[in-house]
Design a protein around this ligand. Sequence first.
Ligand code: GLN
Length: 547
Amino acid sequence: MARFIFITGGVVSSLGKGLASAALGALLQARGFTVRLRKLDPYLNVDPGTMSPFEHGEVFVTDDGAETDLDLGHYERFTGVSARKTDSISSGRIYQNVLDKERRGDYLGKTIQVIPHVTNEIKDFISIGEDEVDFMLCEIGGTVGDIEGLPFFEAIRQFSQDKPRGQCIFMHLTLLPWLAASGELKTKPTQHSVKELRSIGLQPDILVCRSEQPIPEKERAKIALFCNVRPDAVIPAYDLKSIYEAPLAYHEQGLDQAVLDAFQISPAPRPDLSRWQDVSDRIHNTDGEVNVAVVGKYTQLEDAYKSIKEALVHGGMANRIRVNVEWVDAEVFDSTDAAPYLEGYHAILVPGGFGERGTEGKIKAAQFARERKIPYLGICLGMQMAVIEAARNLAGLTTAGSEEFDHEKGEKRFEPVVYHLKEWVQGNHAVQRKVDDDKGGTMRLGAYTASLTEGSKVAQVYHATTIEERHRHRYEVDVKYRKKLEDCGLRFSGMSPDGRLPEIVEVKDHPWFIGVQFHPELKSKPFDPHPLFADFVRAARDVSRLV
Ligand code: GLN
């Protein structure tokens, strides 16, 4: 049966709880243990699928088609363990389950209450698959003291009591603010945060303290004393140049040892950190740099394209090259020449997105890359834009567009080269959709197989002709335009196994121009860069060496 580590946060949000959890998962793996990471989010949305990326950052998609918090991306990038639907839950989903049960009559006429019905639902969720791994790491979103977080804190308290002694530990992340005026690190917010936790019955075993300044031994001892934690379980967490240094940095500060001590696992298996030493070496020892433009809509918030940013970094690691990512707002050149905004970049990436705003700019970015022979990677909407560009400018379909934009506007303006997909095959069953379906969870979601044309660029890049990638979209390139577009040089080099859904297009006679309907960025890891990103960065490097 698994041991459980509950990770909570206090003082302020955005302390890097997800990263600390992911790094701890990686360190436990380095000691030979198996792990699974879970996220429990207190907000009331059923899942983040309907939230704006401006609100919540990227929506991470799992193989089994769950739309989840971006922290699940960190978990996968650090541990390589594919997340599942059952690794992400929100209050909304918990309440939905409880209310469904109530309607079905499962509670046999009882009054439904937060304790025990909601807390039981949370506890059931936490223990799914508990026999499969050595350690289950459960991160609670938000900070201690948040009203909506209370049922989760209560549930993990009960959970630890239900289990045999020593099977659950609590790790709490806090901040030690630095007061420049007095030149001091302040421990009081941490003390208050722990007091808050203890008031709801949770005593942390480990405190991870984020700090800009070195934490003197004396302060560490003070935190231990006031927060009732062992001094060697007060772990400093300093800012890092790269998030991928976190496993080694946390190891140096003794986090994994403190966790094993808290579980009284002795002797502790020796860690094999070679994977992370190699990753660190690839970050620090680079030869050259490339500038990549990501032409998107949500450019003010980097978290909106989190996995893309990380996958580009991994592509850099694969080539030992530094990748400078510049966020370019497509809307700026919606109705003017794109060239002044795109000149000088060694590669252009158009990421996924929703809605019409900025799409004319993205189409221009695809045209610029195609005509100037700049490496282009179009992801999901970025592929659809590349197809529309080719339809308009190569095949002469001047009104080519996407039904998505007509639906948004409520009028028919475009020839639907990209159309609303209403029926497809998932595994061995047919999925059906209508235009007026609910928005939540109704896209084509999760892993699907694609068959690649032998001898195509993508088959070379993947070294394979059958691949599986994650999807999240409602609209699709219409295969009926295939012949027309192929005659103009846009090759449909990846298709769904039944040949109905275009998965990949590439431009012939171009050094590197690939559009993919799926999201390759979701599967890239620092120790296993995604082949498309590795080769895209290599192509960008080749361009940078020409100029
Ligand atoms: N909006 C497009 C669709 O739904 C693309 C989605 C995406 O880029 N993830 O098909």
